[in-house]
Design a protein. Structure first.
Length: 533
């Protein structure tokens, strides 16, 4: 198939929530498009992350597309927080229902995208050497789609199998009776550890930084609740779009300092017992004021103590080094209770330093633990990883990875100067990972669809952010982040989990509704800040 040339209006890279809806939107507007996907099926995150316990932490009725009333009415979720197979089935259903697969090429990794100024087209090259050309290139490559290479000394010496949560074998893994070592206690680790512990002979968790986790209280979807939402689904979705987190969580406009201790405890307790991360909406200043945040961090730390039987183990599980919420809060099922099991051991690497992985296990300052297999829940090269892995060249041969060498630069997270007709979905500089991502993705897809239609109806060949608008937006993103507590955590939001990655707070922390308003104003003002030619 190498060296074929095909013309499309748009090429979309990635077939997760973003790429699928983008394809639908382009078609709806009468454009031709081809989606190129490295995986063998649709789903993106939900295709790759098949580890035991993988599930969403935004409720199913909100973590789903809103663009088609029949789709949202007819699809039946079984659980409040569905597991990976169900979300994957849902996305496969969407692909089939709207006949999307015929325009998707699977098992195809895009390695380059080069812009040609005279013809104003993008040529996209795949790993197999195929070339496709299009007017628009749309990157739906995902914020969390490139597993981070683990920096664990001696890993290559280990004789047993090593599994990364984000590239989990499709056939599953049988842990029965095996001695399992787990590295990584972020969202994936917190979900996987309780499930692995139910099967394994013994699990040793090597913890570098403890998580803040709150219970999901997951269970079958309450039919009454489902009926209530579905009776007026449009209104629910409107409220999600009008919120700052892309999800209704009853955000309280009060400051945590406006109420006394007792009232605050009651508020936290009531939100905690509902499950999920609604606790973050308890007070308006939790993410902006250290003292306010201390009150909720202390509350959750106390809950951790209550959930763990051995006080010493509990102490080791307490996060002290960052404020709650500044690293993505985890939503768990029996995470802390898992450390009450006889077959689970916690090794706190802050106290017992990691020396090396050996052929037979892991050696810390305390000695060697013998293991049969290792699980790495060590996260992702987030937000820029997938984009920077593609050789993207814009006007005058500008190389995107070089332009972003000191951190990503975008206007609204939607485009970047010097790269005409290149669109990013949920890109750095947009709310993306700080929100219900399906809400964020739908807004980006719809904005991009409208923008492309505007270009076509007005006879413009290209659109590109101006350098001034982009500089202004990057300053704004940084300024907003600096008004929050987010920079206090060495998080993947900041690129701090990847050695050598520039430390720039990448998502837009100004809130979803505020952000969408700005995007709409830009469009209404003839795409202010973009050069249209
Ligand atoms: C375990 C896990 C749980 C999550 N839970 C939630 C949640 O509860 N709520 C929430 O809001 N968000 C959650 N997220 C974030 C999640 O990534 C988004 O919600 C959403 O699925 C992103 O969709 P996407 O289409 O933008 O990206 P992805 O789903 O990541 O899809 C991107 C696709 O692009 C493909 N791709 C990338 N580069 C190339 C290339 N060069 N060539 C070809 N194909 C390429 C990838 O193979 C991938 O399939 C979770 C993420 C993870 C990892």
């Amino acid at each position: 198939m190498a060296e074929t040339t095909t013309e499309f209006d748009a090429i979309v890279v990635g077939a997760g929530f973003s790429g699928l809806y983008m394809l639908y939107e382009l078609r709806r507007r009468g454009l031709t498009a081809r989606v190129l996907e490295a995986g063998s099926d649709v789903g993106g995150t939900w295709y790759w992350n098949r580890y035991p316990g993988a599930r969403c932490d935004v409720e199913s009725l909100d973590y789903s597309y809103s663009f088609d009333e029949d789709l949202q009415q007819e699809w039946k979720w079984t659980e409040r927080y569905p597991a990976q197979p169900e979300i994957q089935r849902y996305l496969a259903h969407v692909a089939d229902r709207f006949d999307l697969r015929k325009d998707i090429t699977f098992d195809t990794r895009v390695v380059a995208a080069h812009y040609d100024t005279p013809s104003a087209t993008w040529t996209v090259r795949t790993e197999a050497g195929d070339r496709l050309t299009a007017r628009y290139c749309i990157l739906a490559t995902g914020c969390l789609s490139v597993p981070k290479a683990p920096e664990i000394p001696g890993l290559d010496d280990f004789r047993g199998p090593v599994y990364h949560t984000a590239t989990w074998p499709e056939s599953g893994v049988d842990f029965s009776g095996r001695r399992v070592g787990v590295f990584g206690t972020g969202s994936s680790g917190v979900q996987a550890i309780p499930m692995i512990a139910q099967k394994a002979g013994h699990v040793t968790v090597f913890q570098r930084t403890p998580a803040f986790s709150v219970p999901a209280f997951n269970g079958p979807l309450d039919p009454e609740w489902e009926r209530e939402i579905k009776t007026n689904y449009a209104e629910r979705r409107r409220q999600n779009r009008a919120s700052e987190a892309g999800i209704v969580r009853g955000d309280n406009p009060q400051s945590a300092h406006d109420v006394d201790d007792e009232q605050r405890q009651r508020e936290y307790e009531s939100r905690y017992t509902k499950g999920g991360f609604g606790i973050l909406g308890a007070y308006a200043d939790l993410m902006a004021d250290q003292r306010a945040n201390d009150t909720v961090s202390d509350f959750v730390r106390q809950k951790i103590r209550e959930r763990v039987t051995d006080p010493e183990v509990a102490e080791r599980l307490l996060p002290w080094e960052y404020p709650l919420g500044t690293k993505r809060i985890c939503v768990d099922t029996d995470y802390y209770e898992t450390f009450n099991r006889d077959n689970v051991t916690l090794v706190d690497l802050r106290r017992d330093a990691l020396e090396t992985v050996t052929a037979n296990g892991v050696r810390t300052a305390r000695g060697e633990v013998e293991l049969d297999c290792l699980v790495l829940a060590t996260g992702f090269d987030a937000m820029t990883g997938a984009v920077n892995r593609i050789d993207i060249r814009g006007r005058d041969g500008a190389v995107l990875a070089e332009k972003w060498g000191a951190g990503p630069r975008t206007y609204l997270g939607l485009g970047t100067a010097g790269f005409p007709n290149l669109f990013l979905l949920a890109g750095p500089g947009s709310p993306s990972v700080l929100t219900n991502m399906v809400t964020a993705i739908e807004q980006h897809v719809e904005w991009t669809g409208r923008c492309i239609e505007h270009l076509r109806t007005h006879g413009y060949r290209t659109i590109e952010p101006t350098v001034e608008a982009e500089d202004g937006w990057v300053d704004h993103v940084n300024e907003v982040a600096s008004m929050t507590l987010f920079p206090k955590a060495a998080s993947w939001y900041l690129g701090a989990n990847v050695p050598g990655k520039p430390r720039i707070f990448m998502p837009y922390a100004g809130g979803f509704a505020t952000y969408e308003k700005q995007c709409d104003e830009v469009a209404e003002q003839d795409y202010r800040g973009f050069a249209l030619k």
